[in-house]
Design a protein around this ligand. Structure first.
Ligand code: UD1
Length: 423
């Protein structure tokens, strides 16, 4: 398994270009199941989760050609309506094929995603929504069997604005004739991007921007071409890495307003930013990093996916900062690893108290999830000495060309595989 070796202490400097959003690309790829016509998608990042999604589409019967961040998806005979556990267990978002398959074939057999490293992550909101649209959901031998004689439009209020459930139900409702209203939906920019793509496919979805979607279902959708929005989590990750190394970095090709809360918090911590409509410049800063409390929340709140990298920044603050994780239980697995690198962190339930230290020190650490893995890479970039980060496969799920992008900014980071590479 690949590891990163990072020699810390270098200030990041230069320009980094942001890739297409993983969390928009995945549901948009899945949405192509709603038509047999060709779809062309640009700015699809070359990531492990994207490659898993493409395998899923191929398994279900699509023909996929992926070159230079553009994917062309065409029909290749009839589609299957089930997925094997092998594919679902690699990525929880696989469950999102349920909505398109149900709406097209009135049945879908999908393995339950089960637990994952950052909490239980149930799919009850997805299933309740399918039931409101007229389906029955039965769990048998680890699979959810979703069936409907006919789907009807409905008014559905989500008990929590789940990103995945919003997208799954939205895709399903697009082909349910009549008016479906979804309330208390997720307002993440990735959801807007999915809506954009579905409307290009001929769907009729109106978002009021306050958590209500009105969908007028169509008999069928057609092929479409779309460019995926910039990855706000990758943008935020590079901004935080630049800040923590006291660097001088311009994050280009991003949408700064998608990171408004983070940008405010960075300014509050002492950093100076120059913001244009598609870039953010973190200026060099030698002063003290002020402690800033964050609390994760659905968009436009502080993104849970940036909680771990924010924690790494706060390990270097002057004082004590609280980090509240209110979206996922058990999303502090990076904290004990940061402590092994000299950080001062105590956690209790959903709150971490981070007391800043002067310096982090290099250590051999282990990534246990995607964003927590990035937080360790960030710590390695700041620490004295050589940090070794194991289980890089978690990080490969969500950061395109990470070591190349960091190297271009002057970092000393390289990938190696102890089973293959000789020293
Ligand atoms: C998506 C993102 C992930 C991000 C998360 C929250 C993708 C591929 N992943 O994940 O990066 O961290 O949004 O912004 O886009 N929940 C339930 N029942 C459900 C569904 C969710 O209880 O049926 C709970 C979850 O356990 C969690 C919370 O709702 O505590 C948020 O989950 P959700 O918004 O669904 O996250 P994902 O869509 O899985």
């Amino acid at each position: 398994m690949d590891r990163f070796l990072i020699r810390g202490g270098k200030k990041l400097k230069g320009i980094v270009h942001i890739s297409g959003s993983k969390n928009a690309a995945l549901p948009i790829l899945v949405a192509t199941l709603l038509t047999d016509e060709p779809c062309i998608l640009h700015r699809i990042p070359n990531l492990r989760d994207v490659r898993t999604t493409l395998k899923i589409l191929e398994y279900l019967g699509k023909k996929v050609v992926y070159k230079d961040n553009t994917v062309t998806i065409t029909a290749n005979g009839s589609l299957k309506n089930n997925l094997p556990y092998e594919l679902v267990k690699q990525m929880r978002a696989s469950f999102w094929v349920a909505g398109p398959l149900l709406t097209r074939f009135k049945e879908a057999d999908i393995p339950l995603p089960g637990g994952c490293a950052i909490g239980v992550r149930p799919v009850d909101i997805h299933l309740k929504g399918f039931e409101r649209l007229g389906a029955t959901c039965e769990i048998k031998a680890g699979n959810v069997l979703i069936r409907a004689k006919k789907l009807n439009p409905a008014n559905i209020v989500l008990r929590f604005p789940s990103v995945g459930a919003t997208q799954n139900l939205l895709m399903c409702a697009c082909l349910v004739e009549g008016e479906t209203i979804l309330d208390n939906v997720a307002k993440e920019p990735e959801v807007d991007d999915v809506i954009d793509f579905l409307n290009k496919m001929g769907a009729d979805i109106q978002a009021d921007g306050k958590g209500r979607l009105v969908i007028h279902g169509k008999k069928e959708l057609h092929g479409a071409e779309h460019t995926v929005v910039a990855d706000r989590i990758e943008s935020g990750s590079f901004l935080l890495a630049a800040a923590a190394t006291r660097g001088d970095v311009v994050v280009e090709d991003c949408v700064p307003e998608h990171n408004s809360i983070l940008l405010n918090d960075l300014c509050e911590a002492g950093f100076t930013l120059t913001i244009t409509n598609a870039s953010v410049h973190v200026h060099p800063y030698a002063g003290e990093i002020k402690p800033v409390r964050i609390r994760t929340a659905p968009y436009p709140g502080f993104a849970t996916d940036l909680q771990a990298p924010w924690m790494t920044l706060m390990t270097l603050c002057n004082g004590t900062a609280e980090v509240d994780e209110d979206i996922f239980e058990n999303r502090f697995m990076h904290a004990p690893e940061l402590v092994r690198m000299g950080a001062d962190i105590s956690t209790e339930k959903s709150v971490a108290r981070v007391t800043g230290v002067k310096k982090l020190s290099a250590a051999h650490v282990q990534a246990s999830d995607l964003r927590g893995g990035f937080a360790l890479v960030m710590a390695g970039l700041c620490a004295d000495g050589e940090t070794e980060v194991e289980r890089v496969y978690h990080i490969d799920r969500g950061y395109e060309n990470l070591e190349q992008k960091l190297t271009a900014l002057g970092a000393d980071i390289r990938r190696y595989n102890p089973d293959k590479d000789a020293f």
